[in-house]
Design a protein around this ligand. Structure first.
Ligand code: BMA
Length: 821
């Protein structure tokens, strides 16, 4: 019997900088975190707004004590356990004044036997958290300081690394009971662990092996019963046995596939522990029948790296995932569902759960199973050297074993990875001197973690880190060998730098842009608002972030004239940078088998690499990624011998089509043209040189190439916007009120490049169905705007709502706009 203890909690400062700031205990939400409690009680201003983050720094320097009372009356359970699924982080747990134990890992579940301590009638449960910054610093001093990025020694404590601040995240280390806490009463025996492992034999027989661990209070002969897909099996668990395995074979099991490759059938699994006819404990989960493997081996380009599901190579189009809120308990199932929907709608088939975050809740992985989103799961190590001594080593083992067992049933889980950039850090970031011979984590990545995966989840591939070279002695970020991260482009180079790479798999690459205007202006109220106004700087965490944004524009777009132009230009540049990278990496298939964008989401309102901002709004870059992630792409690219058309059919169907490639003037005159016939097998690509008369411009400043196929259009510009005779844009705009918003028709009178309706400027809740559309003179686009509000006439007809690339050099001329309503 399980009973949640989520009611009646209070929190009070028990030491440190928070002493004297509160009149007394404040009401506390469980699951929750102290920042949210203080916010709800009006005791701190919202740390996500303006410069409030700094004003809340004392919260992480305060010891916090959570207390509740609850009534309890004995049932017939012989044992009573207190089960805490997430305590953040260094804490002492007491019941009725008796210390039950100490915790120091937010990524673990703690179970305390409270039989005899829990009393009939009223009980008082107290969880005293040590200030996380003090705890991390003390642990670091004890274990020996080791290199890490950012301000605080997150590498000494098993707590969400990014909660101490990251180059996109606020420095707001939390405390609290962040996951459910409950009393569990049981007798005779319970299921201490359940791991349903799945395999598929070559004859397509699905094999489910349920590994169950049993904890007992008395010796009894028990039975483990498991069922799946209408089949049931039972195995004896004789007295004294701590574990059992039940195996079920499912002939012709329907295969689970990643999205774009097939369906996602899921089978319910019921696992029961029986004493005679009495069901002592049960566990329900779902599995999907499929195999997954990493393909990695030498070839003429280096060492391949690709995921294979059911033997089929998957071309990965992915995003990196970070915690969706710095205050983790706010991330509900609905919020996950919305964010994952945005990932799917952008055409992705994989999310990489980054090692500086958390093992997400079951909801996340359940949804990924349903949506066919593969999950690359990092173990929780990021950008630092990690001590291999106790107490950290034991925490790492316990946490990893629990995570492996919890996540192993999920068919979406495709890969375990030792961590983020720790191997790279050791190779390149000058750790040798500060480490002075101390351990740095290698044993975790090469022994502890692969050992646990082999023992607990043997069917799933493991790699020691990302980036990682499978060849001994090779630099971990070698482009030719295994997965790499491309960061020199954002940090030091122009985004065309992506084109110089021939990677095997890009697990991270990204380019910053500011959040949507509505998000930005909800969070930052600087007067005047400028890229470097104080609140803006508080919401730009990257090293020289604004400098890199500004330098990133150079050669592509003019220096922005003011805040509106800066915001649009940097968002547009982010879009183009990501599209450049993605198209290039996809065009390299099959040499390159994955492009995983850094990053999908944000954890608060901030300028960052995300394509969905901290309030969940789609940035222009999301639309650019969606276009670049289409199943079928026909792109004009610069080849070694001239311009060529690269066509990619990344879908289960062959692609037979004609691509019309035309050279046109900026005025829309057709100057030359050719039809390229595509006869592509499923999952294949072709490169066709373009005829010289099409590929060679008469006037590179006034011409472009247009490739049209199946209603989709792509473009080739002979020079950057700054270097061509980009016309001052003219369009006419008409809008018709519809049930859920507006149908907007925009007709170009001149060439209009990368047109966007930034509708959140009109209504923070509004969204548009497409963005970054290029129109030749006379062409139109119909955009659907979802919006409940009635908008004034002409609302869509001018900046800062209607924007395009050419209005950065010349303002849009309104060639007549229709009524907006
Ligand atoms: C990589 C990531 C993150 C970081 C990002 C942007 O290093 O793994 O640590 O946020 O780059 O700098």
């Amino acid at each position: 019997m399980r009973r949640e203890l989520h009611q009646g909690w209070t929190v009070e400062a028990a030491g440190g900088e928070g002493m004297g700031r509160l009149d007394g205990p404040a009401l506390a939400a469980v699951p929750g975190c102290v920042h949210l409690d203080l916010l709800a009680a009006g005791l701190v201003p919202d740390p996500y707004l303006d410069q409030n983050e700094a004003a809340a720094a004392w919260v992480g320097r305060t010891d916090w004590t959570y207390t509740t009372t609850f009534d309890w009356h004995p049932s017939n359970g012989a044992r009573v356990d207190l089960v805490a699924e997430g305590l953040d982080t260094v804490a002492q747990v007491s019941l009725n004044g008796a210390v039950l134990g100490a915790t120091r890992n937010m990524h673990r579940t703690y179970r305390f036997d409270v039989t005899g301590t829990v009393l009939p009638g009223q009980n008082r449960l107290t969880i005293a958290f040590r200030a996380p910054l003090d705890a991390a610093e003390a642990a670091s001093a004890e274990l020996g300081r080791r290199p890490h990025v950012n301000a605080h020694p997150y590498n000494a404590l098993r707590k969400n690394a990014s909660s101490f601040g990251w180059d996109w995240g606020p420095d707001l280390p939390t405390s609290g009971i962040w996951r459910p806490i409950a009393l569990e009463e049981w007798s005779v025996a319970r299921l201490a662990s359940v791991r349903p492992l799945v395999d598929v034999r070559p004859d397509l027989t699905g094999v489910l092996q349920v590994h169950a661990g049993v904890e007992r209070t008395s010796s009894a002969d028990l039975v483990l019963r498991a069922s799946v897909a209408g089949r049931v099996t039972s195995v004896a668990v004789p007295a004294g046995e701590p574990a059992a395995v039940a195996t079920i074979e499912v002939p012709d099991a329907p295969l689970w596939w990643p999205r774009g490759y097939g369906a996602q059938p899921l089978a319910e699994v019921l696992v029961e522990l029986l004493d005679g006819d009495v069901v002592l404990d049960s566990h329900r989960t779902r599995v999907g029948f499929r195999t997954v493997a990493v393909e990695s081996g030498p070839d003429e380009h280096g060492t391949s790296f690709a995921l294979r599901v059911n033997g089929t190579r998957v071309l990965v189009r992915g995003f990196n995932w970070i915690p969706d809120d710095a205050f983790l308990p706010r991330v509900s199932r609905d919020r996950y569902a919305g964010r994952l929907r945005q990932a799917c709608d952008a055409g992705t088939n994989l999310l990489r759960v980054w090692g500086g975050g958390i093992y997400e809740s079951d909801d996340f992985y359940d949804l990924c199973d349903e949506l066919g989103l593969l999950v690359w799961q990092d173990f929780l190590f990021a950008c630092a050297a990690y001590p291999q001594e106790e107490p950290l080593a034991g925490e790492v083992r316990a946490e990893a074993a629990e995570a492996i067992a919890r996540l192993s049933p999920h068919p979406s889980l495709a890969l375990w990875c030792g961590g983020n950039e720790c191997l790279w850090g050791h190779a390149d970031w000058g750790w040798e001197a500060p480490l002075a011979g101390l351990t740095w984590g290698l044993g975790y990545y090469t022994q502890t973690l692969p050992g646990l995966v082999a023992e607990l989840d043997p069917g799933r591939p493991y790699i020691p880190g990302s980036p990682f070279s499978p060849v001994a002695g090779m630099h971990p970020n070698d482009p030719s060998h295994g997965p790499m991260h491309i960061w020199d482009v954002w940090n030091e180079r122009d985004y065309t730098g992506y084109l110089s790479y021939t990677p095997r798999f890009v697990a991270e690459f990204g380019f910053q842009g500011p959040p949507s205007w509505a998000t930005l202006t909800r969070a930052v109220h600087d007067e005047p608002l400028a890229p470097d106004s104080p609140g803006m700087l508080a919401h730009q965490k990257a090293d020289d972030g604004n400098g890199k944004l500004a330098r990133g524009l150079r050669g592509h777009l003019p220096d922005p004239a003011g805040m509106d132009d800066w915001h649009w230009a940097t968002q547009l540049n982010q879009s183009r940078a990501l599209a450049t990278g993605i198209e290039h990496f996809r065009a390299l298939a099959p040499i390159c088998s994955g492009a995983v964008v850094w990053q999908l989401n944000d954890c608060w309102p901030v300028s960052s690499w995300a394509v969905v901002d901290g309030d969940g709004r789609l940035k222009p870059a999301w639309y650019a990624v969606r276009r670049a992630f289409r199943d079928r792409l026909a792109m004009i690219r610069q080849g070694t011998a001239g311009l060529e058309l690269v066509a990619l059919a990344d879908s289960a169907q062959p692609w037979h089509a004609d691509v019309l490639v035309e050279r046109v003037s900026f005025e829309g005159a057709r100057l030359a043209g050719a039809v390229v016939r595509l006869e592509l097998d499923a999952r294949s690509s072709v490169t066709v040189p373009l005829p010289a008369d099409v590929a060679t411009p008469g006037d590179p400043k006034r011409e472009l190439l247009v490739a049209r196929v199946d209603g989709e259009t792509s473009f080739w510009w002979f020079a950057e916007d700054l270097d061509v005779a980009m016309p001052a844009p003219q369009c006419s705009v008409s809008a018709v009120r519809t049930e859920g918003g507006y149908d907007v028709t925009i007709t170009a009178r001149t060439l209009v490049k990368d047109l966007a309706l930034l509708v959140d400027r009109l209504d923070p809740a509004a969204e548009v169905d497409d963005m970054l559309v290029t129109l030749l003179p006379g062409e139109s686009v119909h955009l659907r705007v979802s919006c409940q509000r009635d908008l004034p006439t002409g609302a869509f007809a001018a900046a800062p709502v209607l924007r395009c690339a050419n209005d950065l050099t010349a303002p849009v001329t309104d060639a007549g706009s229709g009524p907006a309503g």
